[in-house]
Design a protein around this ligand. Sequence first.
Ligand SMILES: Cc1ncc(COP(=O)(O)O)c(C=O)c1O
Length: 410
Amino acid sequence: MSPKCLRDSLRQALHRREAKLCRRKLTVLPSSSVDFSSNDFLSLSTSPALRARFLDHLKQAPPLHPFASGGSRLLDGNSAYAEELEDFIAAFHNAPSGLLFNSGFDANVGVLSTIPQPGDLIVYDELIHASAHEGMRLSRAGKTVKFSHSSPESLKTVLRTEITSEPQLLEAGRNVFIVVESVYSMDGDVAPIREFIEIVDRLLPRKNGYFIVDEAHATGVFGPRGAGVVQQLGVEDRIFIRTHTFGKALASHGAIVLCCPDTRDYLINYARTLIYTTALGFPFLASVRTAYELLIDGETEQLQRNLEQLIRYFRSQLERLTSWGSSTFEVDHFTSSPIFSLRSRVPRRLASFCQQQGYIVRAIMSPTVPEGKERVRVCLHAGNTVEEIDGLIETIEMWLHQMERKAARL
Ligand SMILES: Cc1ncc(COP(=O)(O)O)c(C=O)c1O
C-alpha cells in the first residue's frame, strides 16, 4: 500500500467513526471551568499539603541524586527508594509484597499476560477495563469467559458450565482466575466481592480459584484511609492479586501490584511491561510516596468525608430533577460513589451545553460503554463546592427545559 493509500484508508476509518458519531478527539477545556470530570477524586492534584510535602521530598534528595531512573528496573532503573516504597505501600495495604509498574495499564497487561498458565481458565466481568482485555489477549490461558456485570448468579452459572464441560478444572494444577474491578469506572458501582468469594469457595473446593482485583477507582476513596474495597471488606487474604493505581485519586502516576513474594518474583522475570520499559524516575516515586504518606497519616480522611457529603448533596439534587419526570434524562448512581452516570439519548449535547456554561463533564460514547448505555459521566471531587454543584444542577435544569421546549415545537 502506498503512503497515500494508507492515509486514505486511515481517513476513511475516521470518517466511518465520524458518521457513527463516535470519533474521538483530544480537547482542552478552559482551566477556569469547574472540574466535574477528572479522576482527581480527592482534589489532591491541587492540594497545598501534597505540593509542600512533595517539594520537600525533592529537596531532601542529595545533590546530584539522579532524577531520571536511567533504565528498566532490571538494569539501572532500580533503587533502594523504589524498593522501600513498595514495602511501604504493601504494608499500608496489608499485603505481603508489592511491585511497581509505570501505569495501571502496564500492570494489568503484565499480570494477565503472564500469570495464567496454559490450560487455565479466566472468568471476567463483562465491564472490566480495556487494559485487562489487552492482558487477556496476550495471555496463555486456555480459555477466557465473561460473566454478566457484577452478577454473582452469572458467575455461578459460568463456573458451573465450565466445570461441567471440563471437570479437570477441579483438579489441582489447573487454575481459574476471576478478574474484577472493585469500583467500576463508568457507573461507579462497587463489585459484590464477598458474594463472589463464597461462590468460588463453594464451586472450587480445592482452592484453585484466584481473584485478581483492580482497585484503580477505589484507591484513596473507598475503605479505611482510602485503602480500597478489599480492605474495607477485610478479605485481603482471599485475593491473589490487587492492583492499585496512582493516577486517579492519588494525583500521581503508575501502579502497584500487591501479591505474594513468589508472584512478585515471577512478574519480575516474565512481565514484559515491567522488563522492557524505563522504570519510574525519582520525582514520580517521590510523588507516589507523598500521596501514600498523606493517606497513612490520615490527612485525606477529611477529604473523604467532604466527598461523601457532596455525593449525598448532588444525589438529592439530581433526585429533585429526575422527579419532574423528563424522559430525556435518567440517573444511575451507586451509593457512596463519586461517579454519577447521567443517561441521555443525546449525551454529547448535554455535555457540550454544560461545558459552554463552564462545567467540565464528558459524554461517554460506545465503544467505551456498551451501545445504548451512552451517558454523561459526572465525577465529584473533595474540592468541589456546594455552589459549584448548584451551578451544575441549574445548568442541567436549563438544558432539560430547552429540550422540552424543542420537543413541544415538533
Ligand atoms: C479500572 C482501571 N484499571 C486500569 C486503568 C489504567 O490505569 P492507568 O491510567 O494508571 O494506566 C484504568 C484507567 O483508566 C482503569 O479505569
